[in-house]
Design a protein around this ligand. Structure first.
Ligand code: URA
Length: 207
């Protein structure tokens, strides 16, 4: 019997929790694997847990998370309908930036998480998760722009956005992130329409 996406994610979380080679573990309170709907079409990838995430073991539950929830509401989505994780799953000390080697150590786990969920859209929050898919670009020039990439033999959309914490610091970034979020329902509609077209063609072929 095929195991469900949820089962596969639980197994992956257990494997990650047992992996003593992962960096940042010693200084963190707990692991923040990620959470949400394993069947979602939209995967949000942030930078790394901060103070509150490290306390609660959940992603984006501090001030940046409150903003993320509001942005999701603005497009009539709820956190439980999407999936949220980070490029590193232990809090970097004093919220410093994650280092390249740390991001690389978590990469196989994050890649597997994404491949289990198999989303249609990956929204990157901030430059570290953007760099995973679109290296060598500046977030100021690519935020809100659709990037189509091949992942596991399928075309998916990567939508780079500013980090919500940056929006809390700068009004111009807040305006940009609000506008960029509107791209998500547009893309979801596009995906739905393409699926309907494919189903119609399939039906015709059957007739
Ligand atoms: N910032 C992040 O990038 N991720 C979190 O989970 C919280 C804050």
């Amino acid at each position: 019997m095929n195991s469900t996406k949820k089962d596969q994610l639980l197994k992956l979380r257990a494997k990650m929790a047992a992996d003593k080679t992962l960096p940042l573990r010693k200084t963190a309170t707990c692991m923040v694997f990620g959470e949400g709907n394993p069947e979602t079409k939209v995967f949000f990838l942030g930078e790394g847990p901060g103070y509150w995430e490290d306390q609660k073991g959940r992603p984006f539950v501090g001030n940046a998370g409150i903003l993320l929830d509001k942005l999701l509401h603005s497009i009539e989505l709820e956190r439980k309908e999407v999936f949220i994780s980070n490029v590193v799953c232990f809090r970097p000390p004093e919220n410093r930036d994650p280092e390249d080697a740390e991001i690389a150590a978590f990469k196989p786990y994050i890649d597997e998480m994404i491949s289990v969920i198999d989303p249609k859209i990956i929204v990157t929050l901030g430059r570290f998760s953007m760099g995973k898919f679109i290296p060598g670009v500046k977030i100021s020039s690519v935020h809100g722009k659709v990037h189509r990439i091949q992942l596991n033999g399928k075309e998916i959309v990567v939508l780079p956005m500013y980090h919500p914490a940056a929006a809390l610091r700068r009004n111009d970034v807040m305006l940009q992130i609000k506008e960029d979020f509107l791209k998500i329902p547009e893309l979801l509609n596009e995906i739905k329409e393409n699926k309907e077209k494919t189903t119609q063609t399939e039906q015709l072929e059957i007739i």
